[in-house]
Design a protein around this ligand. Structure first.
Ligand code: PEP
Ligand code: MG
Length: 763
């Protein structure tokens, strides 16, 4: 039999290539032989079945280079002598990109690297595929032919599936001698730069939020039984996705509806199902079939020009991983996982605030996500939990395995994977240095926030859970400026009843030991969802039915919360604020509901607070144009700069890509904020800033200069902001800032930094 490349094939006419390779590899494994002999036989068999003159295996060494480990066709003296740098030549490129390379004229390719010792110059076409284990490239398998031609899609699939089996053989140790190298190849260090979401530095070990299943058994003994397993798992996968879509439990997966729709599209795709079944018929286990089809579909999708397909690649990866977890009986396992290491660094493509709270927080040290921005709620929860968090970590999930050592630097956004001992030592030093700095801030703990010219600035804490309360005294904060009550609701699997809510608020007050606490009513919606609360799907949830809008439409929900706050505040003063006020008249509706509740309590003989101070959060820009009216209706105002900036700039706070473009130190937001502080002074209504900008010294510096006298922030920011305030000549800065704001093109952030340097303001 001759194939189209003119070379005689040793493939039986009726049998698919992959099945033949699987059978022959199995035979090689059953025969006696040393590691190298086995590798030599493997490449010979693959070359034969693939009708190639050359078949070679390269493995990644400890130093990152690729060593030619076995070859059929290349000169024997090149084996173990030829080494390529990672990214050198087409083989290096294949390893670096973890993608197949299919080149009809390899020598003409700009990446071709000529190695005379191999005798490679005789071969023109090359097909190289990565050899991968647990998502990591451990080597490259390639075939080469004399003739110039592009290998068919089917050839790519066969070679990819073969590479999977080769990876399995290599790492199982049956090919002696190669094991050590492979284990070592997984120890490479890498640095990924993301964006800091919280503060702090954590050294620990990786835990993948969506654990990757390592497929260990590739070849099946009983294809019929594997087929039944595959069909059953596919059925469950489809049902679970349909259910997710039906119930709109978006928050739990941190998923967007589009992503779920894409999952559904793949999950119901007949072609996908057909390819999976085909792979099982070829003799693979159900798991290996999923991996094989994932690899080949991935490669095909990445070749598409339409960006829609390349974006969908990750959805396909997720879906395949879900299917693998179902097959392994480990679906829905995240969160309550047992045996979390004591220094867990959680790594996820995306994770919602509720999911993060599912983990045992005594074991969480750090969080790394591929999405996320500093204003997102998951970042806020990470801050509240005191864990170092970094977002925008490009494709980190692919580069990490469970248990890898990881360092998260949430000061710089740097992530070190599998760090070397000197990097670990350097970071331990950095941690010690930070501890010293914290000690210095501790020294300021008993001192008030007063500017160098004598203006008092209250420094308050943002909190949302009982675990935050000890931070009050530790940080030296003067009270809680924002207590996010929704976190209790998000932690619960059903709506907390009156008694549970009352108990929770009482516990907060007890632990606050007399410090004032401002409670914010339920702020649900946007990226904070309650799975048990039915709601209609929305195109723009951040602009949708959320926060106060929901409370006013569901007065029973709101009044239950107010009732719980009343009961917990018996004999005390209550400070209550509502999130996302949009028009001043909504404040009248809030007052009417509160009045009803007062009346109800009095009628039933329940105690009410000694006084009620009612405030609103300024988060929606419409209020900026009705300030006088709003301030007449509120006892205090709290600026939620996270949402205010999101709406002012029309830039999603959860998207780093857009939110990074705009700064709260731009002229427009500073002008807006100035008008609020001025109006507050006119009406003698106290104003606090409780968004993330209040906790960033440079931004807080501008706020104080604009007239802000109360800042509420995460505990770790209190020290640095207090140090800034105490060294700030605010009146002097006010004059400068007013001038900068009115200049046409002024880089205010740079001006502020220069001012700080000149006047020795501690930043
Ligand atoms: C804000 O929007 O700035 C704010 C403090 O509220 P949250 O971050 O909870 O939306
Ligand atoms: Mg908000």
């Amino acid at each position: 039999m001759h194939d189209r490349r003119g070379k005689k094939s040793d493939l039986p006419a009726s049998e698919p290539a992959l099945r033949v390779i699987m059978r022959r590899l199995r035979e090689i494994m059953a025969e006696p032989g040393e590691g190298q002999q086995r590798l030599d036989r493997i490449v010979k068999q693959i070359a034969g079945v693939m009708v190639a003159e050359v078949c070679s295996i390269y493995l990644i060494r400890r130093d990152g280079s690729l060593e030619l480990y076995a070859s059929e066709g290349l000169k024997k003296e090149a084996v173990h002598a030829t080494r390529l740098n990672r990214n050198e030549g087409l083989v290096g490129r294949c390893a670096e990109q973890a993608q197949p390379i299919n080149e009809p004229d390899a020598q003409a390719h700009p990446s071709f690297s000529y190695r005379p010792e191999t005798g490679e110059e005789a071969y023109h076409s090359m097909l190289a595929v990565p050899v991968m284990r647990s998502g990591q490239v451990i080597g490259v398998l390639d075939v080469q032919n004399h003739t110039r031609r592009e290998y068919a899609e089917e050839d790519v699939e066969v070679l990819q599936a073969t590479a999977m089996v080769v990876a399995e053989l290599l790492s199982s140790g049956v090919v002696a001698g190669s094991q050590a190298e492979i284990e070592l190849s997984r120890t490479y260090s890498a640095v990924i730069n993301g964006q800091a979401l919280s503060d702090g530095i954590a050294l620990g070990h990786a835990v993948l939020h969506e654990p990757r299943i390592v497929v260990t058994t590739l070849l099946s003994e009983d294809p019929a039984a594997e087929m039944t397993r595959l069909d059953g798992a596919l059925h469950r996968l489809r049902a679970s996705i349909d259910e997710m879509l039906a119930h709109e439990r978006l928050s739990f997966a941190g998923e967007h509806r589009d992503v779920l729709e894409a999952y559904r599209m793949f999950a119901h795709d007949r072609g996908w199902h057909h390819r999976l079944r085909g792979a099982v018929q070829d003799g693979l286990t159900a798991e290996a079939a999923v991996e094989r089809v994932q690899n080949s579909t991935r490669a095909r999708m990445l070749r598409q020009i339409d960006p829609f397909w390349s974006e969908r690649v990750r959805d396909l990866d997720d879906l395949s991983d879900r299917l693998l977890r179902i097959l392994a009986g480990r679906a829905n396992q995240h969160g309550h996982r047992e045996n979390l290491p004591d220094d867990t660094i959680l790594i996820a493509r995306t994770v919602g605030p509720a999911e993060l709270l599912d983990y045992d927080r005594t074991k969480l040290r750090g969080l790394i996500v591929e999405d996320g921005s500093a204003q997102s709620h998951v970042a806020i929860v990470a801050k509240a939990l005191g864990i170092a968090a970094v977002g925008q970590a490009h494709r980190i999930v692919e580069h990490v395995a469970d248990g890898d050592a990881v360092i998260v630097d949430a000061e710089t956004g740097e992530i070190h994977l599998r760090p070397t001992s000197d990097v670990i030592a350097a970071f331990q030093d950095k941690v010690r240095f930070r501890a010293k700095r914290q000690e210095r801030f501790q020294g300021l703990r008993g001192l008030p926030g007063v500017t160098s010219e004598g203006h008092r600035v209250a420094l308050l804490l943002n909190a949302g859970m009982l675990v935050d309360l000890p931070h009050l005294e530790e940080s030296g904060a003067e009270g809680i400026g924002l207590f996010r009550t929704e976190l209790q609701f998000m932690l619960s699997d059903r709506l907390p009843r009156l008694a549970r809510q009352t108990e929770a608020y009482r516990a907060v007050l007890e632990q606050a030991k007399g410090y004032p606490v401002v409670f914010r009513t339920l702020d649900i919606g946007g990226d904070k969802m309650l799975p048990y609360l039915n709601r209609l799907p929305e195109e723009n949830p951040a602009l949708g039915w959320r926060a106060l809008r929901m409370s006013l439409d569901r007065p029973a929900l709101f009044r239950t919360q107010v009732r719980a706050l009343f009961r917990s505040h018996a004999g005390r003063a209550l400070s209550l604020m509502v999130p996302m006020l949009t028009v001043a008249s909504e404040m009248d509706e809030v007052r009417a509901l509160i009045d009803k509740e007062i009346e109800h309590s009095e009628r039933h003989g329940h105690p009410i607070p000694t006084s009620i101070s009612l405030g609103a959060m300024l988060e929606v820009p419409s209020l900026l144009f009705d300030l006088d009216n709003v301030l007449k209706k509120t006892d205090f105002l709290s600026i939620g700069s996270n949402d205010l900036m999101q709406f002012l700039f029309a830039a999603d706070r959860t998207s780093a890509q857009v939110s990074r473009r705009y700064s709260p130190l731009d002229k427009a937001p500073l002008r807006a904020l100035r008008s609020v502080f001025d109006a507050g002074a006119r009406h003698r209504v106290p104003i606090t800033v409780c968004g993330e900008m209040a906790g960033r010294p440079l931004e807080a510096m501008a706020l104080v200069a604009l007239g802000c006298r109360s800042l509420s922030m995460a505990a770790s920011n209190i020290g640095p902001v207090k140090a800034m305030v105490r060294s700030l000549p605010a009146d002097k800065l006010k004059q400068c800032l007013n001038a900068w704001i009115d200049e046409p093109d002024c880089d205010i952030a740079e001006k502020l930094k220069a001012f700080a340097q000149e006047h020795e303001v501690e930043l």
